[in-house]
Design a protein around this ligand. Structure first.
Ligand code: ADP
Length: 303
């Protein structure tokens, strides 16, 4: 994949000078809630510009370089809106922190057919060529990234099913081992050994958002849906759709429109929970026991 052109700075002041000219200052800061991992702010600059900033500890700068690379990958498909990437950087101030600056999404009135349009745009993203991200029609991504705060392994595989086993379920199960008793561990091994009983290879590989729940869809300045906070990789498009159904779901008209425009082969509903097992295991590993019953339910269903 061609390197992203996201500039990196060693202070927020340098970043703002480079973007908006010497002498620009921060005139006001608004705290923005809603994220799980990072701190988020709206920065009002002295020339009236308003931009979005995420921060984390300085050593977590790779959260932001990976997020920028993910937004860049989605933007390259030219299929769907994402905020413009301004830059990333680190700063020694306040004990040191890392930051990502993005266009501020102001939202606004949703266009007519908002959900149907999102479905069509997502289908277009899922149809876009993936050679820029993984060679030879494979699965994975040019580098590892993050799902929430946890590392997401993206080693290239020729088979989607092998990729989903080796790079998605297995690393999460390994990390969550202490949550399971002997009998459930046996079920997990059986499940991993027989994944090809349930999953199917896609007709073609697709670039996925990778963390597509409603909190990562915002209304952009054009009134259409824009995607934020991706955990991109090349995989089976239906894994993205499964994720939309995990925490509440999108309106029904979205699914009807995606079925017409996208890739939901027969049997999707029987595979949906397996895809979401990855996301639930990740939540189990990040947030603890409250996700164990949902994980166990899926493990028992498929083993
Ligand atoms: P985290 O990485 O901690 O999960 P998010 O990416 O979810 O953080 O961002 C936190 C909140 O900031 C979101 O709930 C969203 O409402 C808002 N947000 C994210 N990106 C932008 C943006 N570019 N412009 C305006 N608001 C944004």
């Amino acid at each position: 994949m061609a390197a992203t052109t996201v500039q990196h700075f060693i202070s927020l002041e340098d970043a703002l000078y480079s973007l908006y000219g010497d002498g620009i200052r921060i005139a006001g800061v608004d705290r923005i809630t809603g994220g799980d991992i990072n701190q988020a702010y709206g920065l009002r600059l002295t020339d009236g510009t308003y931009i979005f900033m995420k921060t984390n500890e300085k050593q977590n700068i790779s959260f932001f370089t990976c997020e920028a690379a993910g937004l860049d990958a989605i933007a390259r498909t030219k299929a769907i809106g994402t905020p413009r990437i301004l830059c990333s950087g680190t700063d020694e101030d306040r004990g040191g922190y890392s930051f990502l600056l993005l266009e501020f999404i102001r939202g606004g009135r949703q266009i007519a057919g908002y959900w149907e349009t999102l479905a069509q745009q997502l289908a277009a993203m899922h149809r876009a060529p993936t050679e820029d991200f993984v060679s030879g029609g494979g699965y994975g991504f040019s580098h590892d990234n993050y799902i929430g705060a946890r590392q997401q392994v993206n080693a290239r595989h020729d088979s989607w099913i092998a990729f989903f086993r080796d790079c998605r379920l297995e690393p999460q199960f390994r990390h969550a081992e202490h949550f399971f008793g002997t009998s459930d561990r046996k079920k997990i091994i059986k499940l991993l050994d027989h994944l090809d009983k349930y999953l199917v290879e896609p007709e073609r590989p697709s670039l996925l958002h990778g963390d597509l729940w409603s909190g990562n869809v915002m209304t952009g300045s054009d009134g259409s849906a824009w995607l934020i906070d991706p955990a991109v990789y090349v995989g089976h498009a239906e894994a993205d759709i499964a994720m939309t159904e995990l925490f509440g779901g999108f309106p029904r008209k979205f699914y009807a429109a995606y079925r017409e425009a996208g890739f939901l082969p027969p049997g999707y509903c029987d595979r949906r929970e397996l895809y979401n097992l990855y996301q639930l295991l990740n939540h189990l590993n990040m947030f603890g026991y409250m996700y164990l019953p949902s994980v166990n339910h899926i493990v028992r269903r498929y083993s």
